[in-house]
Design a protein around this ligand. Structure first.
Ligand code: ADP
Ligand code: MG
Length: 307
């Protein structure tokens, strides 16, 4: 199957409640997520990411549109489409009286996984909760609860794993454990969809990225193409003190940074660094040190989601 998930014309309007007016959270989303990819769903707070993920998970009812998961139309084959996907939600919602082991067993029961096909102990080991297997969930730390949520998402061995802000507010050790596991699951063939606030993380982890804003997909590209969108590089020069600048080649812009260094931005598609450096050298501008900076996903994101 080439697409693990296919979404067409997906809309969601939350009904008005009390003083809160109705909210159109998704406005006709079209998106295909390739099988085997690590797919990043990015967007500012309130963009509609969790709404979309919760619709995929069958937790929120859509207002309009079509969702096909692993070839199964969500409305025609709800059971099969649910079985294909495992979701680690953004919210920590769990029964405080269940132990991690019991939580996993209950979840497996909900998904109709026969006892002989359960992999509770392996899952507990995978997320590093073997020692806490029989502790009450309410005694677990926030990080342990998140790890339990990951294990719960995996009980039925889904083809697709969805992680909603899995690393928001978690410490670096947990983050690394999480990404190691996600990479390994992906290498074993699982399609991964994740939302994250950490753009650097998305840049490193995701093969493809969709950015959504105000309930619409504003761009969807493979990560490398997305990164090359901003045609911008910056030369940062230490000139050893104030200098008088010569006219720079067309397209180059200069500014003095607060630390006194001279920053010259230029479009690498049209200008080369040595053309700029030559002009400076000919004009007798001393160059004590040079560094270059490249636009990253953060720049692309800011540019695209600026209102
Ligand atoms: P994101 O995950 O990208 O931050 P959400 O999907 O959580 O965005 O929210 C999208 C919009 O829908 C926001 O304006 C949010 O306030 C609204 N929203 C989310 N859940 C509900 C709900 N249960 N009822 C009403 N409005 C909601
Ligand atoms: Mg969210």
């Amino acid at each position: 199957m080439s697409d693990a998930i296919r979404i067409t014309g997906l809309s969601k309007t939350y009904a008005a409640q009390g003083n809160a007016p109705a909210k159109e959270a998704l406005k006709g989303i079209d998106l295909a997520i390739p099988t085997g990819s690590i797919f990043g769903l990015l967007g500012p707070n309130g963009a509609g990411k969790s709404t979309m993920i919760n619709i995929l998970a069958g937790l929120v009812n859509k207002t309009a549109g079509k969702v096909t998961i692993w070839g199964f139309d969500q409305d025609v084959n709800p059971r099969q489409s649910r079985a294909a996907i495992g979701v680690m939600p953004q919210e920590l919602n769990m029964d405080p009286f269940f132990t991690p082991r019991a939580s996993l067993e209950v979840q497996a029961g909900l998904y109709g996984v026969p006892k002989s096909e359960r992999w509770t102990d392996e899952l507990l080991a995978l997320v590093g909760l073997t020692d806490q297997a029989n502790a009450y969930a309410r005694s677990l730390s926030g990080g342990m609860k998140r790890r339990l949520l990951l294990a719960k998402a995996l009980v039925h061995r889904p083809h697709i794993l969805v992680l909603d802000e899995p690393t928001a507010g978690v410490d670096i050790t947990l983050r690394e454990m999480l990404w190691k596991n996600v990479r390994r699951l992906n290498e074993q063939g699982m399609t991964i969809i994740l939302t994250t606030h950490y753009l650097e993380e998305a840049e490193q982890m995701c093969d493809e990225i969709a950015i959504i804003n105000h309930g619409q997909v504003i761009i969807r590209q493979d990560t490398q193409t997305l990164l090359s969108r901003t045609d911008g590089k910056t030369l940062v020069l230490d000139t050893g003190g104030p200098v008088t600048l010569p006219p720079l080649p067309q397209g180059a812009r200069s500014e003095i940074r607060p630390d006194g260094r001279l920053a010259i931005s230029y479009p690498p598609s049209r200008l080369r660094a040595d053309q700029i450096l030559d002009v400076l050298r000919v004009a007798g501008v001393p160059i004590v040190d040079v560094a270059t900076e490249q636009a990253d996903l953060e720049d692309v994101f800011v540019e695209l989601t600026r209102d």
